[in-house]
Design a protein around this ligand. Structure first.
Ligand SMILES: Cc1ncc(COP(=O)(O)O)c(C=O)c1O
Length: 404
C-alpha cells in the first residue's frame, strides 16, 4: 500500500516525555519485540532486536522509496535528520550542535584520531585493554607508525585509577576508553578519569555503544569531550548507522575534519551568464557545525529506525529501563556464582551486561541453545549475558534452569 509523505514522516509513535517509573508495564513491552515469542534472547550487547515501531517505520520507508520517490523530499529528510540528532543529543545531555551522524563507532574513533594532531605534536594517547578490541587494533597500528600509545591493563576486570595516573602525563592529548566494556559490562569511573585527563590538558573520548540507551549518560557531568556509537545495540537500531558527539569548542580546533563533503558554485561562463565580481570562479563555504564531520548522505534507513527507537527509549525513560534491567542482572550476579560460575563483572556495576567464567563453555552453550536461550560466549570461556527492556524473570529462570 503506497503511503503519503506525511504518513511516512510521522508514522507510528509520537515522542512523549518519559513514563513515570510506577506506570510502566515492562511485561507489555514484550509485545513490542516479537523476538520474545520464541526465545529468551539476552545477547543484546551483540545486536539488539528492533521494535515493532522501528520495523513499521522501515516498512513505510521501503514503501515510500518503492512507490513515491521523486516527490520533493528534501525538507522532509532535513526534519527527520534533525529530529534524530535532537533525540540523541537529549539522551546524552549534549547540544544538537554537537552531534553528527557516524557510520560506525570504530570508524568514528578512527576519524577523530585522524583529525587530532597527536603524533605531530609529540603527544601520546592513553587507552586500556577493556576498550573494544577493534579500537585497540587501531591504536596498535598507529603505534607501529610511531604514535606513543599507552595501553593500561585492567586489574581483576576493572581499571585502577592509579594505573591510569601513571600513564597520563603532560604530553597526553587523548584518553580513550569504552565507557562500558563489551567484555564484562564494567562501567568506567568516567568522572575520575576525565578529571585526571583534563588536569593534564588532555581530552576524553568515550566509546558509548555498550551503554547509550541502557544507562543514563550525561556527557557534560561525566566530562566526556568526544563520544561515538552505532545504533544496533542499546539504541535498538541498525548496523551501519550511529552518532558522534564532539564538544562544540573542539570542533574544527582540536578535532579537524579529515574528510570533506559540501557544495561549490561555479562563477564563470557558461555556468552563469553574469559572473559575480570579487567571487572565486569555484566558490564554496566550508561546512560548519557537526556536519563538517559528515560525508554525503547518512543512511536513510538508519535515521528512520533510530528516530523511532529513540522516541521509544525516551518514552520509557532510561532510568526506568536501567531499573528494570538491574533486577535481572542482580539476580544473575547472585545465582550464577552460587552455581559455580564466578562473575567477572564487579558487584554493583551499573550496566546491562554481566559476564561469568565457565569451565566447559561448549557444554554450557549447548544447553542454552537447546533451551532457546541466547547469550554470547567470548574470550574462550566468558559467558556474556545482556538482558534488555523486553526480558523478564521467566527468561532468567529459563537460563538458570538450563544451566542447573
Ligand atoms: C565497546 C564496543 N565498541 C565498538 C564496537 C563496534 O562498533 P561498530 O560496529 O559501531 O564499529 C563494539 C561492538 O560490539 C563494542 O562492543
Amino acid at each position: 500500500m503506497p503511503v503519503n509523505r506525511r504518513h511516512f514522516l510521522t508514522g507510528g509513535v509520537v515522542a512523549a516525555s518519559s513514563a513515570a517509573a510506577g506506570s510502566l508495564d515492562f511485561e507489555s513491552i514484550r509485545a513490542d519485540f516479537p523476538r520474545t515469542r520464541n526465545a529468551a534472547y539476552m545477547d543484546n550487547a551483540s545486536s539488539h532486536p528492533i521494535s515493532v515501531y522501528s520495523s513499521a517505520a522501515l516498512h513505510r520507508y521501503v514503501d515510500w522509496v518503492t512507490n513515491e520517490i521523486g516527490e520533493p523530499w528534501w525538507p522532509y529528510w532535513t526534519a527527520a535528520r534533525q529530529e534524530a540528532k535532537d533525540l540523541f543529543a537529549r539522551l546524552i545531555n549534549a547540544d544538537p550542535g554537537e552531534v553528527s551522524f557516524a557510520r560506525s563507532t570504530i570508524e568514528a574513533e578512527s576519524n577523530l584520531l585522524n583529525g587530532i594532531a597527536i603524533q605531530s605534536s609529540g603527544g601520546n594517547v592513553v587507552t586500556n585493554d577493556l576498550h573494544y578490541s577493534a579500537a585497540i587494533y587501531n591504536y596498535r597500528m598507529r603505534q607501529r607508525d610511531g604514535l606513543d600509545v599507552r595501553i593500561v591493563k585492567h586489574r581483576d576486570w576493572q581499571l585502577d585509577l592509579r594505573d591510569l595516573e601513571r600513564a597520563v602525563n603532560g604530553k597526553t592529548k587523548l584518553v580513550s576508553l569504552a565507557l562500558v566494556s563489551n567484555v564484562n559490562g564494567y562501567l568506567a569511573d568516567i568522572k575520575a578519569i576525565s578529571d585526571l585527563a583534563h588536569a593534564h590538558g588532555a581530552y576524553v573520548y568515550a566509546d558509548i555503544i555498550q551503554c547509550v540507551g541502557a544507562i543514563p549518560i550525561d556527557v557534560k557531568a561525566m566530562g566526556i569531550d568526544m563520544a561515538a556509537c552505532s545504533t544496533y545495540k542499546w539504541l535498538m537500531g541498525m548496523k551501519g548507522f550511529g552518532f558522534m558527539y564532539v564538544r562544540k569548542d573542539l570542533q574544527g580546533t582540536f578535532v579537524r575534519p579529515t574528510q570533506h563533503s559540501g557544495g561549490v558554485r561555479f562563477n564563470y561562463s557558461p555556468w552563469v551568464a553574469n559572473p559575480e565580481p570579487g567571487v572565486d570562479e569555484i566558490a564554496f563555504h566550508p561546512v560548519t557545525g557537526p556536519s563538517r564531520y559528515e560525508v554525503s548522505y547518512a543512511s536513510c534507513p538508519g535515521i528512520i529506525c533510530a528516530q523511532e527507537s529513540l522516541k521509544f527509549i525516551h518514552r520509557l525513560g532510561v532510568r526506568n529501563i536501567r531499573n528494570h534491567v538491574r533486577t535481572l542482572t542482580d539476580r544473575l550476579q547472585k545465582e550464577l556464582p552460587a552455581m559455580g560460575y564466578p562473575s567477572i563483572t564487579p558487584k554493583g556495576n551499573e550496566s546491562p551486561i554481566v559476564s561469568f567464567a565457565f569451565k566447559d563453555p561448549e557444554a554450557a552453550m549447548r544447553k542454552l541453545r537447546k533451551a532457546d536461550v541466547h547469550v554470547a560466549m567470548r574470550f574462550g570461556n566468558k559467558m556474556r549475558i545482556s538482558p534488555s527492556v523486553f526480558n523478564n524473570m521467566s527468561d532468567i529462570d529459563r537460563l538458570l534452569g538450563a544451566l542447573a
